[in-house]
Design a protein around this ligand. Structure first.
Ligand SMILES: C[S@@+](CC[C@H](N)C(=O)[O-])C[C@H]1O[C@@H](n2cnc3c(N)ncnc32)[C@H](O)[C@@H]1O
Ligand SMILES: [Zn+2]
Length: 299
């Protein structure tokens, strides 16, 4: 097995120990009881509990487990299966879900790829999120994966160490993704399409406008070449108030709308809406395009 984790303090490789990980300079990070490792350094924390809070994490888990977004997950899995079958790398294959939340997409990816892949070429799965509540939930989906509390702005992986980075509805840092990807590596970026959540948005905003195109293509320029785009759209009928409120809690609207508007959503028992999601595949460019980019942080 190759070592791909990087010490957040001194940037040397992190090696597995019986209790967690340690680098040559003896910076050590213990695994939690649940099986994840926290690699956020206290002085780099910008708030006491960064990332999604327990309520948001549990809402997302309840909603996703009902299967409403399985088609999105299936589309992602297909895109990744194609990327990995085309990639030149014949040795160890490592995948990272950056901003993995409570682990829904990574767990389904592993299930999908378990079939039809040469068992002698296993894939190592890693999930990173800055919310420790999200990562705790993720460990419950599959303890055999590498789950880490860390920021996408300081990923605990060595340069050129991963085959694929997946980023779903989460902040993105394209220079950091390019740093950790191997020369043949790919980024799979998933974001809302123009009509995503229409139906819910019409209740929240008197005048709805389409989601803007994501800035990723512009941000990725220099480091990545666009390889494929796929759009997944389908109508969805949500039934039950808990499910509708769970969806609301997964969106930024939950925090931005006033009490009266939240009351309107809380009174709903059924909701007709659109799912509209874009999956973009980028390939890491060879050479040193890094200098062309300023900041790739994307919301
Ligand atoms: C909208 S959720 C998406 C989660 C998951 N990908 C999904 O679609 O179910 C955004 C996630 O990004 C995480 N997040 C926010 N800022 C982050 C950062 N700087 N580094 C890593 N994760 C971050 C949040 O904690 C949250 O879990
Ligand atoms: Zn160290």
């Amino acid at each position: 097995m190759t070592f791909i984790l990087q010490c957040p303090v001194c940037r040397q490789p992190l090696l597995a120990t019986p209790s967690g990980y340690q680098c040559a300079a003896k910076h050590s990070f213990d695994a939690s009881r649940q099986g994840y490792v926290n690699l956020v350094l206290a002085h780099n924390k910008h708030s006491k509990e960064p990332g999604d809070d327990p309520e948001m994490v549990l809402s997302r888990r309840r909603f996703l487990d009902l299967g409403y977004y399985n088609q999105i997950s299936d589309g992602i899995n297909q895109a990744i299966a194609t990327v990995l079958s085309e990639s030149a790398s014949a040795g160890d294959c490592s995948v990272l879900d950056a901003g993995c939340g409570e682990g829904f997409y990574l767990a389904r990816l592993k299930e999908a790829l378990a079939h039809g892949r040469d068992p002698h070429l296993p894939i190592e799965y890693h999930g990173v999120d800055v919310s420790k509540f999200a990562i705790r939930q993720a460990t419950q989906r599959d303890r055999s994966m590498g789950w880490f509390v860390a920021s996408i702005n300081d990923l605990p992986f060595l340069d050129d160490s991963l085959d694929l980075v997946l980023n779903v509805f989460s902040p993105a840092n394209t220079p950091e993704f390019a740093r950790i990807l191997k020369a043949s590596g790919s980024l799979v970026f998933v974001s809302p399409g123009p009509k995503h959540l229409n139906g819910l948005r019409e209740i929240i905003y008197p005048v709805t406008r389409e989601h803007d195109a994501p800035a990723i293509t512009e941000k990725a320029k220099g480091l990545f070449s666009p390889a494929a785009v796929q759009r997944i759209t389908y109508p969805l009928e949500l039934i039950g108030n808990q499910t509708i409120m769970d969806l609301l809690a997964m969106t930024p609207y939950y925090w931005n709308i006033d009490r009266e508007t939240k009351g309107k959503v809380a009174a709903l028992d059924r909701l007709q809406m659109d799912v509209d999601v874009e999956i973009r595949v980028f390939r890491k460019k060879s050479g040193d395009g890094a200098g062309e980019l300023e900041s790739g942080l994307e919301k």
